[in-house]
Design a protein around this ligand. Structure first.
Ligand code: NAP
Length: 304
């Protein structure tokens, strides 16, 4: 039986794996996509204490190597459900979407959060054909073209800045006229001559035959609707959790995050939670890594 099964190999999950292995127990991480989670797509990390500047990819690979060199394993599976073992046996069964089952003495849920979708017509159909949720991954396909970024957080501002270096023109469409992203990022975007702000506006429609040719935006104040011709729309409107499969063993808050405080414990003894998927006020790399350490040490203490 696995000592600690960790669902997710992002910064929280891999930090937990490092602490579990260093405590002399064995950790297995289940990861549905890529190690590193969302941070892998961030072009530059400059706010992790002790590291002046690095890329999300480099940071993720460092975490992965550190965890696996200590003995942790990563399996590429999507965890669908957690059940208590039947009868008197202590521990849990984690069932992957593929049908594969894992038995573990403790489980740490570290599933992070997923990109929020706009929920408009053709959004899914045009994903990969003009619709993208990752400027670092897909920006190079839009060299010298006109594109739009939707959102007002740090991701949207960083995406706009990144794309302004490649693209002919970048529209930044935001539903308010104040930005949630850091003033430093906003100032940097404002200095770019090829960035145009479309404020108090929402994207209501996508135009195009086989791929995006224009986005329709609606001004929330005047009610006016207009088409902006672009070949790409980068949607950067935040994240949402994906924890519904764990509702039997952990309470979720109204937004779908696993309800737990700084102790990272859930309502089920032996099930812990770490990182962005937990109810919390600040979702940052540092807080994800911190949760990973707390949850791992709690899991190791639980095993004894
Ligand atoms: P975020 O901070 O939650 O911002 C999401 C933005 O999208 C907000 O401006 C929000 O508008 C808008 N939005 C949300 N739902 C929308 C909808 N349905 N339609 C239109 N607009 C919508 O998300 P994020 O930018 O992805 O950042 C997530 C976290 O990661 C934050 O804590 C951020 O600071 C952090 N981050 C840090 C860095 C860095 O430090 N280098 C880089 C990227 C991200 P409102 O403002 O009106 O709510």
């Amino acid at each position: 039986m696995i000592d600690v099964l960790i669902i997710g190999a992002g910064p929280a999950g891999l930090s937990a794996a490092i602490y579990v292995e260093r405590a002399g127990k064995h950790a297995v991480c289940l990861e549905e996509k890529m190690v590193g989670g969302q941070i892998v797509n961030t072009p530059e990390i400059a706010n992790y204490p002790g590291i002046k500047k690095t890329s999300g990819f480099e940071f993720s690979m460092g975490l992965y190597e550190q965890a696996t060199e200590l003995g942790a394993e990563v399996e590429y599976e999507r965890a669908a459900k957690i059940e208590k073992l039947a009868g008197d046996e202590e521990g849990f069964k984690v069932i992957a979407e593929s049908g594969k089952e894992y038995e573990a003495r403790t489980v740490i849920i570290a599933t992070g959060a997923k990109n929020r979708h706009l929920g408009i017509d053709k959004e899914e159909e045009f994903t990969g054909r003009g619709i993208s949720y990752c400027a670092t991954c897909d920006g190079a396909f839009y060299k010298k073209k006109d594109v739009a970024v939707n959102g007002g957080g740090n991701t949207a501002l960083e995406d706009a800045l990144f794309l302004s270096n490649y693209c002919n023109k970048v529209y930044i469409i935001h539903r308010r006229d104040e930005f949630r992203g850091e003033p430093k990022n906003l100032e940097a975007v404002k200095k770019k001559e090829n960035v145009e702000f479309v404020l108090n506006s929402t994207v209501i429609d996508l135009k195009g035959e086989k791929s995006v040719e224009a986005v329709t935006v609606k001004d929330k104040i005047t009610g006016e609707e207009k088409d902006i011709p672009v070949s790409g729309l980068f949607i950067a409107i935040g994240q949402e959790p994906d924890n519904k499969g764990f509702m039997d063993v952990a309470d979720l808050d109204p937004a779908g995050y696993v309800a737990a405080d700084e102790s990272c414990t859930t309502k089920t003894p032996g099930i812990f939670v770490a990182g962005d998927c937990r109810t919390k006020a600040v979702r940052q790399l540092t807080t994800a890594a911190s949760d990973g350490a707390v949850a791992a040490l709690a899991a190791c203490a639980y095993i004894g």
